[in-house]
Design a binder for this molecule. Structure first.
Ligand code: SAH
Length: 395
């Protein structure tokens, strides 16, 4: 087995079961491994520490798989890992509330580089690393045996795979082709999911519980659902008794899907409106024309992709929250989210505070929100924590 030796002082994260080894931590590699091969990781003093798969093309040179010297990375290893992830979901008893959830959350489920989402009878997978790409056939077979889906569809997008030197990859990997729109249900609300063209694997599964928490405050209210995507918050809002919802998104195609989802759930066209535009501009326009709301939901895309972008991202979050605060009637609800892992919950709260100060509004936090248990946070991999939100009362 090829051996990778760490530079002095770089063994601590490995000993603490952090799954990543960055290129800067590597002293040398003995042997001639191909990228994707398993390597043995040693401290600078020559002590065996862990084993993982290699990719010299990536900044993350090794993703660690096991810290047990006796544990070989063979078919039974991958089977045990998938089994653990699936079992963790079974234990959550999600089946009683939804047929769409994350089955495998990569590093956070000890399977670095692999994401698997379940949408009713189908699995959608994303292979984010070369190490997983090389073992894709095996993993697909194991998933098929374990979950018995009608089909397994791959949606490995360009942006994530580029860093690994991989081209995008999409298509049916097992069983039958998924229909143009898959139908899922979330607490009895029904949604159409486009696994080919939708964002991520098709649906924002990670907001399931936050939609439920937010909806509890929306009865009788006129709601602005900013960054609506396919209208999941809107369906929840109207189902909870909201009077009217405005979906706002910059993409026309997702807005027509939002309308379709609202109709599918039995809401008349008079109960909602879809506005296409840049939220930063549209919120300002609403302010200047005197349009006000009883509740605003802000669920923007990821703004912070690297430490270098953090300041700009912070300004973006502050601005959008400031604009939202201006639109709220006294006693109104602001449900505001950030899915940037680099923005901590603490920083996010400070950003919303700064926006409240500028807006001259008194704000109370009613609930703090995070990612749901099918997107677990592994203690030894804090990078897996990314979603945070606040439900606020605004005076
Ligand atoms: N709340 C949604 C998920 C939102 S994803 C849900 O629960 O399903 C973020 C959305 O923001 C995407 O649909 C994207 O098209 C939209 N978006 C990105 N930038 C935007 C902008 N500047 N103005 C308005 N919408 C934007």
């Amino acid at each position: 087995m090829p051996k990778l030796f760490l530079r002095p002082g770089h063994d601590k994260p490995v000993r603490r079961h952090h799954p990543w080894i960055f290129s800067g931590a590597v002293a040398r590699i003995d042997g001639q491994p191909d990228d994707g091969d398993i390597v043995e990781v040693y401290s600078s003093e020559g002590e065996w520490l862990a084993r993982g798969y290699l990719n010299r093309r990536s900044q993350i040179v090794v993703r660690l798989l096991t810290w047990d010297r006796e544990e070989a990375i063979d078919e039974s290893f991958w089977h045990r890992r998938i089994d653990r992830a699936v079992r963790a979901r079974t234990l959550l008893e999600l089946e009683s509330v939804t047929d769409a959830y994350r089955l495998v959350f990569a590093e956070s489920d000890w399977i670095p580089g692999l994401i698997v989402d379940r949408y009713a009878d189908f699995l959608v997978l994303q292979c984010l690393t070369l190490g997983i790409e090389r073992r894709k056939e095996l993993l697909v077979r194991l998933l098929a045996e374990e979950c018995r889906p009608a089909g397994i569809f791959e949606r490995s997008d360009r942006d994530m795979r580029e860093k690994e030197g991989l081209a995008p990859s999409e298509g049916v990997r097992w069983g039958v082709e998924p229909p143009d729109r898959l139908l899922i249900q979330e607490y009895g609300h029904r949604f159409r999911v486009d696994v080919r063209r939708g964002h991520k694997t098709g649906f924002y599964l990670d907001q399931r519980e936050n939609r439920r928490r937010t909806a509890a405050y929306l009865a009788g209210r006129r709601v602005l659902n900013a960054f609506s995507y396919t209208g999941a918050f809107a369906v929840w809002a109207l189902a909870a008794g909201a009077r009217h919802v405005v979906n706002l998104d910059s993409a026309a195609d997702v807005l027509s899907e939002a309308a379709a989802n609202l109709i599918l759930n039995g809401f008349p066209e008079s109960s909602f409106e879809c506005v296409e535009g840049d939220a930063f501009r549209v919120l300002r326009a609403f302010r200047s024309t005197g349009r006000r709301f009883d509740a605003v939901i802000l669920d923007p895309p990821k703004f912070a992709f690297s430490q270098a972008h953090l300041q700009r991202a912070t300004r973006g979050y502050k601005d959008i929250n400031l604009q939202a605060l201006h639109l709220l009637k006294p006693g109104g609800i602001l449900a505001t989210f950030s899915c940037s892992g680099l923005v901590s919950a603490d920083l996010f709260q400070k950003i919303v505070f700064a926006a409240a100060e500028d807006a001259g509004r008194d704000v109370q936090i009613l609930e703090r929100l995070a990612q749901p248990p099918d997107h677990p946070i592994r203690l030894s991999f804090p990078e897996g924590e990314y979603l945070k939100g606040l439900i606020c009362r605004v005076w």
